[in-house]
Ligand binder design. Structure first.
Ligand code: MIC
Ligand code: SF4
Length: 644
């Protein structure tokens, strides 16, 4: 049978289930990735599984998110992660070595393999033909323990790429156009598989920009074929031995198709506060800007940075604009220095910051009050920059650089001739910032500072839950809404009681105290509840505060899995109009839960305040029903899990 790329990888890695629509498949995970925002908790959970070494081919921890040392917590986290990596057989990429997805692409990606990452933009490795999926930290811990990763067999949406980008149109414009068409939820349940003649005109890092943002339309991930363009990238990384050709069969079938003609792509901008709020740059041209931030895993490759440097060469940004540049990796930074481009950036007035996530998730570089920030990153959710009332606009590096020169949002086509950049035949290879694991059997002590707290334990699901409706929200609640980004909160990622204080703090600063006082609580949402990041803390900390069920119209995939992992029931309203029957402060009761969860029956939510009952369902696999009954995945796994 002719297979597409997704079917090829899944069938090669299939452990349980059948590749049939709607059915649950379990796949073997070759590689895992985590970082210093999600890795602490994942590592603590891996320890709880009681294994002495990871069972994957390769597992890597990156230090990139939580790098601003505002107190002892960050370094406590780093020492914990580096010592545990040495002990358990993981590689450890040190602070300053770069953003996880960029370094992974450069040094660890392998076509045709699977990668599970505790970060939603793990999808970026799909650029070289990996099946690269973001998940919660607990799923990564289980994959490191050799357990399969379970998912409902995704639909495959073929994206036919035709034509060739015109001058000043960029891979970022392509990905924003796809998100505009699909919206932030249109990709749910699907994998985007790229094909077509236009692909040969896109470099590996351009493909990476597109794969990176596939999560922003709610898709599982994106996959590109591995072809001669990919081979050249591996040659430049001195890793040709890791490359192999990987193509879909000619007659492969797809569930859905869409076409993107590169020749028709224009420079676009995603306006506040959602990546799908996309318009042509022309429509917003002239908007005064206060900050331009170039970097993040989406757009920080050498190719992007060289283009930015070439645009800025000989210019100086106006005094009212703060230009921030964060190269994606140490390799990129070293090559920028070697090629002289760093000088162009600096003499244009760029503020060079550490090769890390930085401004992208509110770790430094917060814009001024009410400021307009033009960013090459992938999310412009409210508050993400660290300034509650800032306006974030997402653009390509080209649009960002040209606009920085003008102090206003500017269509880069006004700049004149396009700038050509030449990439070196070989990138600078220096892996000394990646610390290998200790040889098996060597004694390694785990360094555990006071910031590394014990894992909370949760009891099995009771037959009845009665409590208060703590918060009633609308559509597209993001994980940044549930647990905000930013330096101070990030530093507490290894400490659930400490981080729980910040749950929903941007929406309702009293939430945490109220929830704890009430004991048992519920949250109501609209469509696509929990979109955005993979941070499991957005489920784990609410559970710690006593949230036992969320009632929403629909969920984003990773967050729904995280809710189940920590024993919060993700209920779906059968009639979406019933949302209005549930209001803040109502007393709710769920009865006969055990049988309903076990058998997959509809669950009535009794509203004791207004006397109405709202019908909900629990749309999940039989295996996950058992997980919920056990009180969450960890409890399920340590009591024998699927082997029972
Ligand atoms: C993000 O871009 O939102 C993050 C910060 O990288 C998160 C990870 C986290 O919150 O720990 C993600 O994308 O998963
Ligand atoms: Fe880091 Fe931003 Fe990429 Fe998340 S989206 S991994 S915070 S650079």
């Amino acid at each position: 049978m002719a297979l597409n790329l997704v079917q090829k990888i899944i069938s090669e890695h299939l452990v349980t289930g059948e590749m049939m629509p709607e059915s649950e498949v379990g796949i073997r995970i070759d590689n895992t990735l985590m970082h210093d925002a999600t890795g602490q908790m994942a590592m603590i959970q891996f320890e709880a599984l009681g294994l002495s070494r990871v069972r994957t081919k390769r597992s890597v921890v990156y230090t990139d998110h939580n790098i601003l040392q505002i107190g002892f917590e960050n370094m406590d986290d780093h020492h914990f992660l580096s010592s545990a990596s040495r002990k358990f057989g993981l590689h450890y990429s040190r602070a300053g070595n770069g953003i996880c997805h960029q370094v992974n692409l450069e040094r660890f990606s392998v076509p045709g393999e699977t990668l599970l990452g505790a970060d939603s933009h793990t999808t970026m490795a799909g650029a070289v033909g990996m099946l690269a999926i973001g998940a919660g930290g607990l799923d990564i811990a289980l994959a490191m323990a050799g357990e399969p990763f379970y998912m409902i067999m995704p639909k495959v949406l073929k994206v036919n790429v035709e034509g060739m980008l015109r001058a000043w149109s960029s891979a970022k414009d392509v990905t924003l156009e796809i998100i505009r068409r699909l919206t932030v939820s249109g990709g749910r349940g699907k994998i985007l598989e790229f094909a077509g003649d236009g692909l040969e005109t896109l470099s590996t890092t351009q493909r990476a920009t597109i794969a990176n943002m596939s999560i922003e339309c709610g898709a599982f991930t994106a996959v590109f074929p591995s072809d001669d363009v990919t081979r050249q990238y591996f040659v430049a990384q001195d890793r040709e031995a890791d490359w192999c050709e990987f193509q879909a069969d000619v007659d492969a079938n797809y569930d859905e198709e869409m076409t993107v003609n590169l020749s028709e792509i224009e420079p676009v901008v995603a306006r506040p506060h959602s990546p799908d709020n996309v318009a042509p740059v022309k429509a917003e041209e002239g908007l005064p800007i206060h900050q331009v931030a170039i970097g993040s895993c989406t757009n920080s490759s050498l190719e992007d940075m060289l283009r930015v440097a070439a645009i800025l060469r000989g210019y100086r940004v106006p005094s009212e604009v703060s230009l921030v540049v964060a190269p994606g990796s140490r390799q990129v930074l070293m090559d920028l220095a070697k090629l002289g481009a760093l000088g162009d950036l600096l003499s244009a007035g760029a503020r060079l910051v550490e090769t890390a996530c930085g401004f992208c998730n509110g770790v430094g570089q917060a814009p001024r009050s009410g400021g307009v920030s033009l960013r090459t990153s992938n999310r412009n959710f409210p508050g993400r920059s660290g300034t509650a009332d800032a306006h974030l606009y997402l653009v390509s590096p080209e649009t960002a650089a040209v606009s920085a020169i003008h102090g206003r949002l500017t269509d880069p086509r006004n700049f004149g001739d396009s700038v050509a950049v030449e990439l070196p035949e070989k990138f600078t290879i220096d892996d000394r910032m990646i610390v290998p694991p200790a040889p098996e059997g060597e004694e390694v002590e785990i360094i555990r500072g006071p910031n590394i707290a014990a894992l909370p334990r949760f009891e099995v699901l009771p037959d009845e839950l009665e409590g208060e409706l703590l918060l009633a929200l609308g559509d597209n609640v993001t994980t940044d809404d549930i647990l905000p980004a930013g330096t101070h909160i990030l530093a507490k990622r290894a400490n659930i009681p400490a981080i729980a204080k910040y749950i929903f703090s941007n929406i309702d600063p009293e939430f945490s105290e109220r929830a704890q006082a009430v004991g048992t609580g519920f949250v109501v949402g609209g469509q696509n509840y929990g979109q955005g990041s993979s941070r499991e803390h957005a489920a784990l900390a609410p559970r710690y505060l006593g949230v036992r069920a969320v009632i929403a119209k629909s969920y984003a995939r990773i967050h729904k899995a995280n809710l189940i992992n920590f024993g919060i029931i993700p209920l779906e309203l059968i009639d979406p109009a019933d949302q209005k029957k549930l209001t803040l402060g109502d007393r709710l009761r769920l009865s006969k839960l055990k049988v309903a969860v076990r058998e997959g029956l509809n669950i009535g939510v009794e509203n004791l305040t207004n006397g109405l009952t709202v019908k909900t369902k629990l749309d999940t696999s039989p295996r996950l029903r058992k997980v919920l009954l056990a009180g969450g995945t960890l409890a399920y796994a340590v009591t024998g899990g699927d082997r029972n």
